[in-house]
Design a binder for this molecule. Structure first.
Ligand code: PRP
Ligand code: URA
Length: 212
């Protein structure tokens, strides 16, 4: 299936798949769920930031002078509340210098339409890569709304990290934004009649915060 989606990078790494399987398991309670989401996001960020700009810096080791590299762009992590927060924390552990913007979006469970209720973003979003994070890409209503808000706010280098993506959602994002790379741990089978991903992992926000 990845051949059908050239703009999607699927993490088939054994460690990520191992952790994802625990995440999917219905007997995994919110405490280990939170830890797993955090850990997987931390692992994914290595690939998602592979080509971010760096600049040479001269430093002195205990032995001699040398030239190393430091990040030169302002990287912004933007979680979609609620469930994206769990991923953002794992990413910040790896990249504490990143800035954080917040987008609050929930989807109406009846119409599946997204509703935005919060937007707090840095002013200069165009100063570097923006990592949009939300574990679930289902109908893509929420992620398309988030992408639109980020583009309107000036984001240029935009990358989307999720954990589980439905083919239906990937097709919609790709059609509207073929320039965006989607990083995901899995491409699942399909959506059910209520817009939930199959096999999926259920409602990510509820499982993360124990509100089922
Ligand atoms: C979930 C998930 C995504 C969205 C995906 O959030 O975290 O944001 O659904 O579905 P879509 O692709 O069909 O839009 P939800 O709306 O349940 O909000 P919550 O995390 O606040 O519960
Ligand atoms: N949102 C979720 O949290 N899970 C799904 O399967 C679909 C949308």
């Amino acid at each position: 299936m990845p051949g059908e989606f050239p703009n999607v990078i699927v993490f088939d790494h054994p460690l990520i798949q191992h952790k994802l399987t625990y995440l999917r398991d219905r007997t995994t309670s919110h405490r280990p769920f939170r830890a797993l989401l955090y850990q997987i996001a931390g692992l994914m960020v290595f690939e998602a930031t592979r080509n971010v700009p760096t600049r040479p810096v001269e430093i002195e080791t205990p032995m001699e002078m040398t030239v190393g590299r430091r990040l030169s762009a302002k990287i912004t992590v933007v979680p979609v509340l609620r469930a994206g927060l769990g991923m953002a924390e794992g990413i910040l552990e790896m990249m504490p210098e990143a800035r954080v913007g917040h987008l609050g979006i929930f989807r109406d469970e009846r119409t599946l339409e997204p509703h935005a209720y919060l937007k707090r973003l840095p002013r200069d979003l165009d100063a570097g890569p923006v990592l949009l994070v939300d574990p679930m890409l289902a109908t893509a209503g929420s992620s398309l709304a988030a992408i639109r808000m980020l583009r309107d706010a000036g984001a240029r280098d935009l990358r989307f990290l999720c954990l589980v993506a439905a083919p239906e959602g990937i097709r919609r994002v790709t059609k509207e934004h073929p320039e965006i790379t989607i990083y995901t741990a899995a491409i699942d089978r399909c959506l059910n009649e209520k817009g939930y991903i199959l096999p999926g992992l259920g409602d990510a926000g509820d499982r993360l915060y124990g509100t089922e």
